[in-house]
Design a protein. Structure first.
Lengths: 325, 262
């Protein structure tokens, strides 16, 4: 709408129109939600910029899925404000969801329908005419690499195919924002790479993506910015490389094997800036780890891996190493 | 405790149609076996009980037993059809298949889903009622032109039982839970409300109970129409079905909101 009227009203309206057009697809302020005495989302604020991929990371039970549900207006917050694609949520959630595509964590494709029927029926939920939807279906199936499977029943599709179909189902309404809850959980590496490729293409088309994930490589690869949540709170946010640079020493040596404890006391602690232990493995963080590596070459009982620090190291540092259930 | 926000009035719009059409598209794929079931079941009841039992009996309620049974079967079949759809099928879509989750991520909201599902269950029961009516016509059990009025009545009965079923679905943790509903509500109605014999045969206490059950009122409406008579106190019977339907529809909605919009 803003674009259409921009020509008539002079520079002011024009700039206003541009301003409207670049409004953030999602703005969340001081969001809170409790179930009984359990505070699941505790004062969360963030915003998505148009065209970026924004990742929400956190261990199980951190409040990620609840945050997504709140943003989509599927549950009401106790307090805080949400503006989703220019509409107030939950008040105008229905209006907002018109311009949003959602890829859920668990596949909920309609098992009674073929791939193409799934898309047709989903279009109807958006109030789209069948004629309009039918025109979009071939392109969407092509994007999903499922052109040959248009008339296949859902239960004959592989996990990767189902996930791709779920992805293009979320594109049926040509959304501005795509919300994805763990888009590649449960997929094999080939299927994950294919999904990543499609997400990158969507970003190149100017779509905004909001995803949650457990996979640090996924977050590092796809996301322009990340937010790490734990116990309902935002622990940190920023671009992946910045988070790594800010929180973690640049180098890591992972060491495991017999005699690890003595070796750690004797060599690692004096040379590494920081040593963390998870199970049987010691993570030695530091800047110049060459003396350590030299020593490790002579340790026959110990095995090691030297690598640059990554997002997983940040994640574990910020959210702790204990198991979450 | 149920939060106040769940009690807001239903948000009624035409959007439910997309959900109704979804169910219709699934049904269409299985239409032939489904229709056969709709026809075969009541036909077996009417023929089996009608001949088997009917030959042993003098006239029941002033008519041949098979004709008496036909009126009950229309209502019983309609009730069952709406009930099964609103319980098992809706529960599958809500819980096992997560179809509702997918729908709720679109501009549809839960009020649309509940309305689409209740109207769909009522539509299926309308179809069942009509199938039984066709059997009645084919067997020549009624030549009354008033039987046409059974068609809108089947829709009303369907809406009433679909709403009640949806309320139970909103409370159900699993499929087994529905057995309580059948044992405590549907089966007693089948046996007390005059499907197989006149309510007047029951002891006074049970007759009083029967007067509070919706199926009794459905049958009191349908049976006279088959005999080409206007039912006595028709408005009263319709009102009972409407009250049951409206109250349980609203309760179903509130319970669904509590369950799914937490």
């Amino acid at each position: 709408m803003s674009r259409k009227h921009a020509g008539f009203g002079g520079p002011l309206i024009k700039s206003l129109a541009i301003a409207l057009d670049i409004r953030d697809p999602l703005t969340v302020r001081n969001l809170c939600k409790s179930y009984g005495s359990r505070e699941v989302v505790a004062g969360v604020s963030f915003e998505l910029k148009r065209g970026e991929c924004f990742g929400l990371l956190g261990p199980n039970g951190a409040g990620k899925t609840t945050t997504l549900r709140l943003c989509l207006g599927l549950t009401e917050p106790d307090s805080g404000s949400i503006i989703l694609v220019d509409s107030k949520v939950p008040e105008a959630a229905r209006e907002a969801r018109r311009r949003v595509g959602v890829v859920p964590q668990l596949d909920n494709l309609d098992p009674d329908f073929t791939a193409a029927e799934n898309l047709l029926v989903y279009g109807r939920y958006f109030g789209m005419a069948d004629r309009e939807t039918r025109k979009r279906i071939p392109d969407l199936l092509d994007f999903a690499g499922l052109t040959q499977r248009a008339d296949s029943k859902i239960n004959t599709l592989s996990g990767g195919m189902k996930r791709r179909l779920t992805l293009v189902r979320a594109l049926i309404n040509d959304p501005d924002l795509i919300v994805m809850d763990e888009p590649t959980t449960g997929l094999d590496p080939q299927a994950r790479h294919l999904i990543w490729d499609r997400l990158k293409r969507l970003l190149a088309q100017g779509k905004t993506i909001f995803l949650t994930t457990h996979f640090m490589d996924e977050a590092e690869r796809l996301c322009d910015r990340l937010m790490i949540m734990d116990n309902g709170k935002v622990i940190n946010q920023g671009p992946p490389r910045e988070l790594v640079g800010e929180h973690i020493e640049p180098q890591v040596v992972e060491v495991y094997g017999d005699g690890l404890d003595q070796w750690l006391e004797k060599f690692a602690r004096p040379h590494a800036k920081r040593v963390e232990i998870t199970g049987e493995t010691a993570f030695c963080y530091g800047d110049g780890l060459e003396p350590l590596l030299k020593n490790l070459q002579s340790q026959t009982a110990l095995r090691y891996l030297h690598r640059p620090a990554n997002l997983e190291d940040v994640f574990l540092k910020l959210t702790g190493r204990e198991l979450r259930d | 405790m149920i939060a106040v926000k769940y009690f807001r009035l239903p948000d009624i719009s035409g959007r439910f149609l997309a959900i109704w059409r979804r169910n219709f598209l699934v049904w269409r794929k299985l239409a032939i076996p489904s229709m056969l079931g709709n026809l075969a079941d009541p036909m077996l009841y009417m023929l089996g009980l009608g001949f088997g039992l009917g030959t042993l009996l003098p006239q029941v309620g002033g008519v041949q037993y098979m004709i008496f049974l036909a009126g009950g079967t229309v209502c019983y079949g309609t009730m069952n059809s709406a009930t099964f759809e609103a319980l098992y099928s809706a529960f599958s879509r809500m819980h096992a298949q997560r179809t509702w989750d997918a729908i709720l991520n679109t501009p549809q909201n839960l009020d649309d889903v509940v309305m689409g599902e209740v109207l769909w269950a009522a539509s299926k029961s309308l179809l069942s009622g009509m199938a039984i009516l066709v059997v009645i016509w084919l067997l020549g059990l009624s030549h009354s032109p008033l039987t046409v009025l059974i068609i809108p009545l089947a829709l009303l009965i369907g809406l009433c039982f679909a709403s009640m079923g949806m309320m139970i679905t909103a409370l159900a943790p699993n499929y087994d839970f529905f057995m309580y509903y059948f044992s405590l509500w549907i089966t007693p109605m089948t046996l007390l409300c005059g499907v197989f014999y006149p309510v007047s045969q029951l002891p006074a206490g049970l007759q009083t109970i029967a007067q509070f059950l919706p199926l009794t009122h459905a049958i009191d409406l349908v049976r006279p129409l088959l005999a080409n008579k206007i039912p006595t106190n028709a408005l009263g019977h319709i009102a009972v079905l409407l009250v049951y339907g409206v109250v349980s529809y609203y309760a179903a909605l509130v319970l669904m909101r509590r369950r799914l919009l937490k």
